[in-house]
Design a protein around this ligand. Structure first.
Ligand SMILES: Cc1cc2nc3c(=O)[nH]c(=O)nc-3n(C[C@H](O)[C@H](O)[C@H](O)COP(=O)(O)OP(=O)(O)OC[C@H]3O[C@@H](n4cnc5c(N)ncnc54)[C@H](O)[C@@H]3O)c2cc1C
Length: 421
């Protein structure tokens, strides 16, 4: 086996696709992730909203490569790169040398300079975030049930979601369905149908990455579910008591942050230029400027398409970049000419609104309604890993579709904020 050592940081969509693409390439691979699991982020909102359980959308990375002896999986957090020494350092103190380094460390949510809002308005990026949001949503109904002050009760029954991209829209739709259709029969002192779900967007419309007609359809579908959509005004304050939109204060005990993106520290580690969101500005072959042995891919890379638009921060883009870099490494190892520069192929944009409506933008073809929902559902089941997950997710969806009941409604872990019971 060749001694060429490829170190991959990040076992997300980009990192896994890269390792998969290097199968049989004759290289030694070390895959480092600070979590022991690969996470299917597109369905994270379904864990946050009691539809799916954590194990249905995440898989131990170590298990995925059990049959690839050339792949070593390490649980650890990278906190620096020395491109001159060709080494990465981990928080544990470990230092690893590489011949080729691939940084696929993703991105997280950004609070536009207001990180102090995070404790009251958690974002959705990890399994912990999803279970935190699930706990707060479920606890809000429990607190409302025993609250005697009507104003406080109403604040418990008001859920504010900041950001009307796909995640915000998906969260708002499901929380509204949960309140209006699943829970009403189970509470005695409150009418959960009176729950307010407020979706707040600073921009002019929901789902701005979609065509205007689809965006208008999504807004109408949300409003039909009882979601209040506020567009054109930014959030100016988040506290435990509520959210301020422009000048208007909305008493709301549950706020979820679904706006803004901040890349990982890859550019800082390498000492190379980054864009405004902190993404490493890479060369056409996805290497870091001046560092031909270091590739940066996925959400942490800033790549421009031929039409001048940025490659979007979505899973298919990260996977295409992972597959491309695998080809570049293979060509280098075997002494073949380098592949042509990376070219992104956009397969389409999808978003769901509740359990029976979705929109799909394939460019010339645009779909909406239940047909779009079925295509969305089949696509997501196809991209899950393993038969068990595909079967259980499909079964859960079918069950909810037929019965309206959400099964993953367990409140776990103690709430450490004011609502600690
Ligand atoms: C809630 C949500 C919903 C989404 N919905 C969709 C959707 O519907 N469709 C779609 O196409 N895309 C969606 N996306 C975006 C998509 O998930 C990302 O574009 C994709 O995950 C990017 O892949 P990546 O490999 O670059 O990063 P990630 O998949 O985020 O993987 C990064 C990995 O790096 C690890 N890591 C980070 N820092 C370190 C470190 N210092 N040391 C070690 N390991 C580290 C992380 O633990 C993680 O496993 C969604 C994202 C979110 C958060």
């Amino acid at each position: 086996m060749s001694e060429h050592h490829v170190v991959v940081v990040g076992g997300g969509f980009g990192g896994l696709q890269l390792v998969n693409g290097l199968k049989g390439a004759g290289v030694r691979i070390t895959l480092i992730d600070r979590r022991n699991h690969h996470l299917f982020q597109p369905l994270l909102y379904q864990v946050a909203t009691t539809i799916l359980s954590t194990s249905e959308i995440a898989w131990p990375i170590r298990h995925l490569y059990a049959d690839r002896p050339e792949v070593t999986v390490l649980l650890g957090e990278v906190n620096g790169v020395d491109p001159q020494a060709k080494s990465v350092s981990l928080r544990s103190g470990m230092v690893l040398n590489y011949d080729t380094l691939v940084l696929a460390t993703g991105a997280t949510h950004a609070y536009f300079g207001h990180d102090e809002w995070e404790p009251v308005a958690p974002g959705l990026k990890t399994l912990e975030d999803a279970t935190t949001i699930r706990r707060r949503v479920l606890l809000a109904f429990e607190r409302a049930e025993v609250e005697s002050d009507p104003a406080v009760r109403d604040a418990y029954l008001t859920f504010s979601i900041v950001g009307a991209g796909p995640t915000g829209v998906e969260l708002a739709g499901i929380i509204a369905e949960l309140a209006h259709f699943t829970l009403p029969k189970e509470f005695r002192n409150i009418d959960t149908r009176k729950t307010r779900v407020v979706l707040i967007e600073a921009g002019a419309r929901v789902l701005p990455a979609f065509a205007e007609e689809l965006s208008a359809y999504a807004r109408a579908a949300l409003e039909k579910l009882g979601v209040e959509v506020l567009t054109g005004t930014p959030v100016t304050q988040c506290t435990v008591d509520g959210v301020t939109v422009g000048e208007t204060f909305i008493p709301s005990r549950t706020i979820v942050w679904a706006a803004g993106v901040q890349a990982s520290h890859a550019a800082r580690w390498l000492g190379v230029p980054a864009d405004r969101a902190g993404r490493t500005i890479v060369e056409k072959d996805l290497t870091a400027p001046g560092l031909p042995d270091v590739f940066v891919i996925g959400d942490t890379a800033s790549v421009t398409q031929e039409n001048g638009k940025p490659v979007p921060g979505i899973a298919p883009a990260a996977k295409q970049q992972g597959a491309y870099v695998a080809k570049v490494i293979r060509a280098r190892i075997s002494g073949k000419p380098a592949p042509a520069p990376f070219k992104y192929f956009h397969q389409g944009s999808l978003a769901t609104i509740g359990k029976s409506a979705a929109i799909i933008d394939f460019g010339r073809i645009k779909l909406k309604g239940w047909i779009a929902w079925w295509i969305w559902g089949l696509a997501h089941i196809y991209f899950l890993i393993g038969t068990r997950s595909r079967f259980t997710v499909a079964w859960n969806w079918l069950w909810i579709y037929l019965s309206g009941q959400h099964s993953a409604r367990l409140i776990t872990q103690r709430e450490t904020m004011r609502d600690d019971g």
